[in-house]
Design a protein around this ligand. Structure first.
Ligand code: 9LD
Length: 232
């Protein structure tokens, strides 16, 4: 049985990434608004727009803390951000959703999101994904590393130096793999299950692109930052 050991450098890398990941949570006032009294579909939608916008701002800040990210080609940094923004948001959403919220909050939150003008065909796979992430009971280091692995996907559109991104992603995958073995010794397949969620995430982001078209048709407004990052 090969002895799995996280090196000092990998320990330091994990700490930087996890601290950066935890530094940004949903602004309490926004999350509170989402849980407060009855809203109309329009106000729910507006709240989600506000939350998604703050998520993008947080994502940009987070990527700056990924060791090596700022050494990548500038245009590739932008391509990675644009290519992973939706996936990173749904990964973060799943983690917010599955976190032990005060009892009843999760249901209220689910109700608000279901009543925000988003069509059922998108809502169902989204909540299935949230539940499948919740079932993994990831520790915060795994959550932060999985988001980092998602951001460092080499084959995003317009990435020029894919090898450079691949090298960075492999560094993160190696730490994540070891962490999974150490955190879930009874589940040798845990790491593979984690990576399988990234495939589910891509499907979700394809749904999201389709939904954007229908939202535009129903004249839903987005913020300039969301239009920029979602190419709408
Ligand atoms: C400051 C750090 O920010 C965070 O940590 C953060 C975390 C999660 C989110 N999540 C969301 O905004 C969000 C969305 C949805 N659910 N959902 C959600 C919120 C809380 C818990 C679980 C899920 C569905 C629709 N999209 S959307 O982008 O397609 C959209 C449709 C219409 C307008 S915007 C957004 C935001 C910020």
């Amino acid at each position: 049985k090969e002895k799995v050991e996280i090196t000092k450098e990998q320990q330091a890398l994990m700490k930087i990434i996890t601290d950066a990941y935890n530094r940004h949570q949903i602004p309490q006032d926004v999350a509170k608004k989402l849980l407060q009294d009855q809203y109309s579909a329009e106000e729910n939608f507006l709240l989600l727009t506000e939350m998604a916008t703050s998520q993008v701002q947080v994502l940009v800040e987070f990527t700056k803390n990924i060791p090596g990210f700022l050494s990548l080609d500038r245009e590739d940094q932008i391509a990675l951000l644009k290519g992973s923004a939706v996936e990173a948001m749904f990964l973060r959403s799943a983690q917010v959703f599955s976190r032990k919220m005060p009892s009843g909050h999760t249901e209220v939150l689910e109700e608000r999101i279901r009543k925000s003008g988003i069509s059922e065909e998108f809502i169902t796979p989204m909540f299935n994904f949230y539940k499948s992430i919740g079932e993994l009971h990831m520790v915060q280091e795994e959550q932060a590393l999985l988001t980092t692995v998602t951001i460092l996907t080499p084959d995003r559109p317009y990435v020029k130096d894919q090898q450079a991104v691949e090298r960075l992603q492999e560094t993160m995958l190696d730490v994540l793999r070891k962490l999974c073995v150490l955190q879930h010794p009874q589940e040798p397949q845990y790491f593979a299950r984690l990576l399988g969620r990234l495939t589910e995430l891509r499907t979700l982001s394809h749904y999201h692109t389709e939904m954007l078209v229908s939202w535009r048709m129903n004249d839903h407004k987005f913020t300039p930052l969301l239009c920029e990052i979602w190419d709408v």
